[in-house]
Design a protein around this ligand. Structure first.
Ligand SMILES: [Zn+2]
Ligand SMILES: [Zn+2]
Length: 177
């Protein structure tokens, strides 16, 4: 069975609700999910003028800090992420490789001036986790079907897409899981 390590970055696993995220992943994917005790300082990925963290640099840091092995490494942070060509990213992952990262920064209703909803936050967080893991398992963005691998530009896109994989994506996953 493929294994996944959830790595809390900058904020504690408890504050990020990683055990609930773990349960959410397990409902959809037949993988082993562990909460990593790796402590990774991502300050070097901070762009102080943008006040955001460079997600590609974080991926490199995760890979460097991790043990050799085959488990997927999914970093989760409450800090805002970016890549240089975009204003922000919800997350980023290596296609068919080990590392992914995503942020809860823009998954909170409060970010949009709306009333806090822990339920919605968890739903969005699990969708982002599944999406980035999907990339690490070799899935590209899926635009032909309602699918958690649909790309999301706005948080509304995340809310509109389902929390699981479409049939063609599932078929691919079955070949690698
Ligand atoms: Zn994606
Ligand atoms: Zn799909």
């Amino acid at each position: 069975m493929q294994s996944v390590q959830l790595i809390a970055l900058g904020t504690s696993a408890r504050q990020l609700g990683l055990s609930d995220v773990r349960s959410g992943i397990l409902k959809v994917l037949p993988v082993d999910v562990q909460l990593s005790d790796l402590h990774l300082d991502i300050d070097a990925a901070l762009d102080s003028s943008r006040k955001q963290y460079h997600s590609t640099q974080i991926l490199a840091m995760i890979l460097e800090a991790a043990n050799a092995g085959t488990s997927k490494l999914l970093g989760v942070t409450s800090y805002d992420l970016f890549i240089p060509v975009l204003t922000f990213v919800f997350g980023q992952a290596q296609l068919n490789n080990r590392a992914g990262v995503f942020s809860t920064f823009r998954l909170n209703n409060e970010f949009y001036g709306l009333r806090r909803s822990d339920k919605l936050l968890l739903q969005r967080t699990v969708k982002e986790a599944l999406h980035e893991l999907g990339h690490t398992f070799g899935l590209r963005h899926c635009m032909d079907h309602p699918c958690v691998m649909n790309s999301s530009t706005y948080v509304e896109d995340i809310d509109l897409k389902p929390g699981d994989f479409c049939l063609p994506c599932l078929r691919h996953l079955q070949t690698v899981l």
